[in-house]
Design a protein around this ligand. Structure first.
Ligand SMILES: Cc1cc2nc3c(=O)[nH]c(=O)nc-3n(C[C@H](O)[C@H](O)[C@H](O)COP(=O)(O)OP(=O)(O)OC[C@H]3O[C@@H](n4cnc5c(N)ncnc54)[C@H](O)[C@@H]3O)c2cc1C
Length: 470
């Protein structure tokens, strides 16, 4: 049977569950729902199964480790890939991080990844590039770049990443004012440059959760505790006599990273807890840094005069990139500006928009190994589409009654999918390959000239009439 001749009276979700304490009323409502469904299905017709031929190529947006991993996963299956990167370099944040929690250096890995990407015959990299426009839908997108060139692709992976929070206000702690206050990435740069001055530091303090887990950014940035603890261990390796204090709220060295925490404790690194009501106070006294805080274990105020203060700052989304892409690809963003999956358990890495996938820091703060795993998952999901010759498009699309159309053009303006245009006669036409059946043009039409197939006035009014007859 043609699937569009099917109508469901949803007795379970819309009736028996919600009215479980009123069985008689629920039975009456069940009869209404069945009558309404029967009235509706009577007016429905069989619809054609629209199929869109798949353009067997992929677009990857963002040339960090996530984007590069996704691009290689497509290219190694022989699918052509265009990777666009807004800067003039591949690697993203990963280039600025010294090593992972297993002690493996990031930079050689990233340089190797970038070399594989740029030399791969199936990958074309566009540097200093941004997206200007996106048209089409799953299987057949057409994306225009800032240089005016366009690229046809069947799927897209969004990997625009995130960025470190720049400390400000009460979270600034003299960063940018006192030269001995650094962020974790600034300390990592010293590790990467093998800065000899680190060896002569006698005392260092790390401050965790700078700008994280506060009302503006209520989430945990997940990688900073491990990053800070590992950096403290690295300082101890450079100078075992160094005194190191970690001012923390909760240590989240999750999974096997807990071993690093144990190692840090074993090396004599001292952990002092603070809370939001008692933020450590950072000042300059006689030209030196002074940190005052309360140690709840010994229940005493303590003062430290470190040679260096390191701030473990939050990771935040790239709001501008995420915002513009969410408009181009009609995908959702959360209150913080991170991109949202269609369903975190049932459809991870999928956007609600078919054919578009996400991975990496643009989704949520995560470690490089988790970003890589997610990039591979996104490419694998997208490859399911690329492996097909055609994919189903929406069958419940808008239809125009040309006798009623006045050519006012409102439908073209309200359509979020660029599926409606005016023809040479100035009358509305629907591109059924692009129409998503959302009904915006139906609601916008002043002449009642646009309807949705199988969801027309007749079906709706028949269901309403059935609801009110006994
Ligand atoms: C401060 C900080 C500390 C971290 N510490 C650790 C750690 O200790 N251990 C660990 O494992 N992981 C750490 N991470 C996470 C790790 O860096 C990432 O998981 C990994 O690098 C993958 O990032 P990504 O590729 O998703 O995003 P990014 O590295 O942010 O890359 C995104 C890329 O997309 C580009 N881009 C952005 N917008 C656009 C656009 N509109 N069009 C085109 N290109 C665009 C950017 O220029 C960038 O090159 C840290 C991250 C940060 C920010």
């Amino acid at each position: 049977m043609n699937q569009f001749l099917f109508e469901m009276a949803n007795i379970r979700d819309q009736d028996s569950w919600v009215h479980q304490h009123e069985p008689e009323k629920a039975t009456a409502k069940a009869k209404d729902l069945v009558r309404m469904a029967v009235a509706r299905v009577r007016g429905e017709g069989a619809l054609p199964y629209n199929m869109v031929p798949v353009t067997k190529s992929a677009l990857v947006i963002g040339g960090g480790v996530t984007g590069m991993t996704a691009a290689l996963a497509f290219a190694d299956q022989d699918y052509p890939v265009t990777l666009i990167e807004q800067s003039d370099m591949l690697g993203g944040n990963g280039r600025n991080i010294y090593r992972n929690w297993k002690g493996e250096r990031f930079l050689p890995f990233i340089n190797d990844l970038a070399a594989r990407v740029t030399s791969h015959p199936q990958i074309s990299v566009k540097f200093n590039s941004a997206i200007k426009d996106v048209a089409g839908s799953v299987g057949k997108f057409s994306t225009t770049f800032s240089d005016g060139q366009s690229f046809e692709h069947g799927v897209a992976v969004v990997a625009v990443g995130g960025e470190p929070y720049q400390p400000e206000g009460k979270w600034q702690f003299l960063h940018g004012v006192n030269p001995n206050v650094h962020t974790l990435l600034e300390l990592d740069k010293k590790f990467i440059d093998q800065d000899e001055s680190l060896k002569s530091i006698d005392q260092a303090v790390f401050m965790h959760c700078v700008g994280s887990r506060i009302p503006e950014r209520p989430y945990c940035s997940r990688v900073c505790c491990t990053h800070a603890v590992d950096a403290a261990i690295k300082l101890k390796e450079l100078n075992p006599e160094m005194d190191i204090f970690m001012l923390y709220r909760d240590v989240r060295t999750y999974g096997q990273r807990e071993r690093l925490y144990q190692e840090a404790r074993g090396k004599g690194i001292i952990f002092v807890r603070y809370d939001l009501d008692h933020l450590p106070q950072v000042s300059e006294e006689s030209g030196r840094l002074m940190i005052r805080c309360h140690d709840p274990i010994i229940d005493a105020d303590i003062a430290i005069q470190p040679d260096m203060l390191v701030l473990a700052t939050a990771i935040q989304p790239r709001a501008q990139s995420a915002g513009s892409l969410s408009k181009f690809f009609k995908c959702a963003i959360d209150g913080q500006g991170f991109l949202l999956e269609a369903h975190m358990k049932l459809r991870p890495v999928d956007f609600a928009t078919a054919g578009v996938f996400l991975a990496g820091l643009c989704h949520y703060p995560k470690s490089m190994e988790e970003s890589i795993a997610q990039a591979k998952a996104a490419a694998a999901r997208a490859s399911v589409i690329l492996a097909q010759d055609a994919v189903p498009a929406e069958s419940v699309t808008a239809v125009v009654n040309r006798a009623k159309c006045t050519g006012c053009g409102v439908c073209t303006e309200v359509c979020a999918f660029n599926a409606v245009s005016l023809d040479d006669n100035g009358l509305s036409v629907i591109n059924t390959a692009m129409c998503k059946g959302c009904g915006a043009c139906v609601a916008g039409c002043r002449s009642d000239a646009v309807t949705l197939k199988n969801i027309g006035n007749e079906q709706i009014m028949a269901a309403v009439d059935a609801a009110f007859c006994d």
